[in-house]
Design a protein around this ligand. Sequence first.
Ligand code: HEC
Length: 151
Amino acid sequence: MKVEHIVVALTAIVLSSTVIAQVKPEVLVKQRQAAMTLQGKYFGPMGAMARPENPAPFNAAVVARNAGFLDALARMPWDGFDASTKDVKSATLPAAYSDAAKFKQAGENLQAAVGKLVAASKGSDEAATKAAIGGVGKTCGGCHDDFRQKP
Ligand code: HEC
């Protein structure tokens, strides 16, 4: 890598972190909640198809579309949990900031599970796809248990 390239790359990193730091904490909270709300929107119908009792009819096209949306959404909320938002009223428990490494891991677990779902949704194995939906649901619930106030 040429020195100029490194300088450009470093400048880009500094600029992008500055941009995030300037977003008001209240706005970051709204944005992360919005990303979560949309995850709920697109996960919900898939969760209904995969539940053991009284499942909704399996629809491979809906799963493939929603898994793709979730793949993008599952990358979005995390910079909204910036330490600057600690004192803003929200459903996030203090542990998300005090145990940021565990929180980050929980976010990575979600992204890995969604990756598996995207792969499964491209095949034609309904049981494997439902298992992958269940895997995603576990990562949602696991993080909510540890880091989100009980409604
Ligand atoms: C790494 C942790 C983590 C993972 C993984 C996670 N969530 Fe959340 N979720 C949270 C936290 C924390 C909140 C509370 C946000 C707040 O109020 O600041 C939340 C809030 C929500 C909300 C309420 C949003 C609102 O309007 O306030 C929904 C819906 C939601 N999550 C759905 C999901 C779904 C569906 C998944 C999986 C596809 C998921 N979440 C995965 C941590 C997580």
